[in-house]
Write a protein that binds this ligand. Structure first.
Ligand SMILES: Nc1ncnc2c1ncn2[C@@H]1O[C@H](COP(=O)(O)OP(=O)(O)OP(=O)(O)O)[C@@H](O)[C@H]1O
Length: 375
């Protein structure tokens, strides 16, 4: 069987990250920024990566792009994208992928745009770099067309502007145009709206949604805000302390989070507090330092439902999220409005696989359902 083929001959996903480990070493310490991250993305699919600051969302995105910070290195695992392992790829291969088959949009467009180049030259640049034989005139025309597609008013005039002459929202539109001008198979958007005001945030997210559908590309949307991914992605990976705590389709996640960390993130959503007229819940404490690898569930020290079992080993979560998707139900809207995914008050940790002898009162996270022991 071909290495890139799934068992049974099914086509491989567009992106498959297997047990990815990334360390960032400085003079006096090593941060285990990613400690066994596994994710999958089908062609055209949208995956949200959520979690608090410092949990490894950006490092996951940067690993795919081969753009780790100084001292950063992949120490294990694979990043299979479109048939090649980017974790082991050469610098020229990665350069050929970036901006070509993988587009990226970052938080602050000012850092991704060159202040000394016109907008037109910057949007045309990826074409000149990645499309052999394309002339300047054609690249310029396609750049202008791309600016029109991202909703830039008067694109022909704007081609001659410099980044400082545009508003933050317009600069982000330019960054999106640059990311998409080569027609990538995957767009990685890392907190693309964090630096923008609320109205512009909404417009940019809508724009990304529309373009994703029009162009049929896959997307990884990195955000710390569960509210941002609701209704925008197909699946969600919740990251905590360099690991994926829980992965689910978006409806299942909102209707029935399995990990206590996910529940805590929901409880901390401002929309929920506002709807219920209650105070905003916050998660006590801070994520752990990633210089040591703790045993057990990494969230256990901050989880009021944690048991001894949680402290000893990672919870194995139940897989039956599909049951949450009854026809006609609107779990995403309900969760945001605070009528689903309520924090459970009984001392139940995560949703784990149910064992024949398990007591419903003493389960921490929602762990996977195991077949009853018939012996
Ligand atoms: N340049 C760096 N040097 C050393 N450690 C870093 C560097 N950048 C990130 N880290 C560490 O890597 C870990 C993962 O960081 P990462 O930026 O991926 O988190 P994040 O979830 O994207 O957070 P944020 O939402 O704040 O961007 C953190 O412990 C962080 O301190």
């Amino acid at each position: 069987m071909d290495d890139m083929e799934e068992p049974g001959g099914a086509p491989a996903p567009l992106l498959r990250i297997d047990d990815l480990r990334v360390d960032i070493a400085s003079r006096d310490r090593t941060v285990h920024a990613l400690d066994g991250v596994s994710l999958e993305l089908a062609p055209g699919e949208a995956l949200g990566i959520v979690g608090e600051s410092g949990c490894g969302k950006t490092m996951t995105a940067l690993s795919v792009l081969g753009l780790l910070p100084p001292g950063g290195a992949v120490t294990g695992g694979r990043i299979l994208f479109d048939g090649q392992d980017l974790a082991a790829a050469s610098a020229p291969t990665l350069q050929d992928v970036r901006g070509n088959t993988v587009g990226m949009v970052f938080q602050d467009p000012l850092t991704s745009l060159n202040p000394t180049m016109t907008i037109g030259a910057q949007v045309a640049e990826p074409l000149l770099l990645h499309r052999a034989g394309i002339g300047r005139k054609e690249a310029w025309a396609r750049a202008e067309e791309m600016l029109r597609l991202v909703g830039m008013p008067q694109p022909a005039e704007r081609m001659k502007s410099y980044p400082h002459q545009l508003s933050g929202g317009m600069r982000q539109r330019v960054a999106i145009a640059m990311a998409l001008v080569c027609g990538p198979k995957l767009l990685i958007a890392d907190e693309p709206t964090t630096a923008l005001d609320v109205t512009t945030q909404h417009q940019i997210l809508e724009l990304i949604d529309t373009l994703r559908e029009t162009l049929g590309m896959a997307m990884i949307l990195v955000t710390h805000d569960l509210g941002v991914i609701a209704n925008r992605v197909d699946r969600v990976a919740v990251m905590y302390a360099g690991k994926v705590a829980e992965q689910s389709d978006v409806r299942g996640l909102f209707a029935r989070p399995r990990h206590r960390y996910t529940e805590a993130l929901f409880a901390a959503l401002p929309e929920r507090a506002a709807d219920r007229g209650t105070e905003l819940h916050t998660i006590p404490g801070l994520p752990p330092s990633l210089t040591v690898r703790p045993t057990g569930c990494r969230f256990a020290p901050r989880c009021s439902f944690a048991t001894e079992e949680c402290r000893e080993r990672e919870p194995e979560l139940e897989q039956d999220v599909a049951e949450a998707q009854e026809p006609g139900s609107a779990p995403v809207e309900k969760a945001l409005a605070g009528t689903a995914a309520e924090p459970v008050r009984t001392p139940r940790p995560c949703r784990r696989p149910r064992r024949a002898t398990a007591s419903p009162v003493s389960t921490p996270c929602r762990t996977a359902t195991r077949p009853p022991n018939r012996s």
